[in-house]
Every structure is written in structure tokens, then in C-alpha cells.
Design a protein around this ligand. Sequence first.
Ligand code: PLP
Length: 390
Amino acid sequence: MLQTVPAFDRIGEENAFAVLARATELAHQGRDIINLGIGQPDFRTPEHIVEAAVKALRDGHHGYTPATGILPAREAVVRRTLMTTGVEVSPDNVMILPGGKPTMYAAIVMFGEPGAEILYPDPGFPIYRSMIEFTGATPVPVPIREENGFAFSAEETLSLITPKTRLLILNSPANPTGGVTPREEIAKLVKGLEAHPHVAILSDEIYDVMTYDGEEATSLLTFPQIRDRLIVLNGWSKTWAMTGWRLGWSIWPNDLYDKVRKLAVNCWSCVNAPAQYAGIAAIEGPQDDVEKMMRAFDARRRIVVEGLNGLPGITCQTPKGAFYAFPNIGGTGWKAKALASSLLEEAGVALIGGPDFGILGEGYIRLSYANSEENILRAIERIRDFLAGQ
Ligand code: PLP
């Protein structure tokens, strides 16, 4: 038996992928499975984006690029950031990476080590905690509460900071809750952070434009007083339905930029060139498909919330962002993971148990509404029948 370093025994998982694998296996066995498990848009990448990648290959863009990404892609990110946040960043602070996750990895390995504490949202994207544990740092969950509309609380977050805190991870709009933290709350947090200059901030803004009912996400970039310790994670996966392209960006403070550049040189050299050209087309091209996708998500969101609230023992807040519903299943008498697993095996509905997103996820399940209205309605009926049969 080969012996690997202990860090690899502490590494976690994203259970959405395990659920996807099981759902696919059941489907191959001939079962009719409705997949509300995986967090990816069910739309095709818009055609002009695909064409831009094909053209890039035909034009001979198939070699290495700079590790930080090609300048036109970084400049496109600058223009997009100005448009969505009103903040002008320099292309010299922009990194192009293979997806959103590598920014998470880079930021967490930069600050995590035994003895350090890293704050992360719970329930939250499972890779935060997994990577914190990988580094040997102590994961400190910041509770994300239903009674607070699934926003984070500035006061509670600040109360968890100690002299050992090295990094604070924030995510709004949020996975898995769909919560959007109001600007006043973020402003309060930033004010409080002034007393803790030793804390770096990783703001995961990958769902930044995926909001509803006129709700607007607040970028941490709009607070100049923390820019020298702020890393902003973003990417193409969700907004332009490009999960499989593996393409993301992040904005780094001057002092950290060269460190992440060197990590890129060591780990992946650069993002594949045609994908970077596709990324430029996504930002610069027409946004009609994005708008169409968001209108579809909005309509499905209403259907899923109404449907879930009509089920016995289940209540569901209306998500303000992303494409997830996070209903409270407390009244069903079920534990969340057992319910998720039984719904998949017995009712053919794939969704994720709340505890896969953290300890505070018990009592909740996550449904991704990246599926057709028809399938969402069928899934709700299956859940109703399943609960009635218990
Ligand atoms: N951050 C959050 C909050 C996410 O939900 C996801 C994907 O589900 C990611 C980051 C990762 O994005 P990518 O697929 O681009 O690595």
C-alpha cells in the first residue's frame, strides 16, 4: 500500500457529482430519472461563443498562452467588471483560470496551514471546506440562516474572527441557498473588517448577474478600502452555460498576483487558448441568450417554489439568486440525506441533501431548477406521491 501525505485523507468531495453518477447509472438501467441535482445550466453554450472557439483553432491559436491569460481576455474581463460593478480594475490584476474552482484552490492554499483559521459559509459550496481541510487549516463555519433570508450576517461573521483568522470566504448570490446578501449588510461587514487588517477576503461572485425580482448582487470590489486584500472569483460557467469549457477569472490584489501567476505556471501553464477566445466572445457578444436563460430560470423558480410549498411538511423561501431552491423539509420527519437518497432510488428524482453543503444544511434539500418546467412539475408530483406513500 502506497502511503500518501495525510492531506489527501482530509480532502472532501462535491456530492453533486456522485449523485449525477448514480442518476446516470440508474438512467442507463432504463429508469426515468429527473435530474435536479447538478448545478449547471441545461442550455447550450450560445452559438457565437462556440464559433469563436472554432475560429480561434482555425486561426492557429493552439499554443501556450501567458499563464495569466491572453491580454484581450483580461481586457474583456475589465470591461465586464466595469459594466457590472462600476469599478475599473487593471488587466494586470486579472487572472484567467480553468474554471472558478482553481481560484478557490489558489486562495485557500495561499492562506491555509495548520494553526490558521479560515471562515467559510455553511451551508455553502462544499469545496471551500474540503480545500481548507486539505491545507491543514481549521475550517470555521459562518452560519447562513433561513430566518435571515439565507444572507450572511455581518455581526455573526465578525464575531468569529480571531487573531488566527487568515481568510474569509463569502458567496452571494449563494449556492446552495439562492440567498443574496443585501448591500447594507456587506457594507457593515466591510466596516467591521477595518479592525482586522490581517484577514484576506475571497468573494465568490460566480452568480453575480443571476438574480431575480430586480435584486442586485453587491460586489465586494465596490469597497475600495479592502481592495488590497480582496480576491474576487468569477467565471463563465454559469452565466454563459459554459461549465464544461473550464473557464474562469479572478481579480487579485497587487501583492498576491505574482504568487497566483506562479501557481498557474506550475499547475496548468495556461487555460486552453480557444476557450479564452470563446470567453471574449461571451463577454463582448450579444447577451440575448443569457437574458433568455434567465427568463426561463425565473419562470421555473416560481414553479418550483409554488410546487414545494404545496407539499406536506415542506416550506420553501423564494430564492433571490442563482438557480437553486433550498426548501426546509423539517415537517416531513425525514433526515435530509436519507430523503435525497430515497427520492433518487425510489422516486427517480435526483437532488442533493443539505448536509452535503455543511452541518447547518441538515433539514434542507437542494433542488437545481436547471431543468424544464415540465420535468420540474413531474418531479414535484413524484415527491408528493413519495411522501404520501410513507
Ligand atoms: N463557486 C460556486 C458558488 C459554485 O456553485 C460553483 C459551481 O457549482 C463554482 C464556484 C465552480 O465553478 P466552476 O465550475 O467554474 O469551477
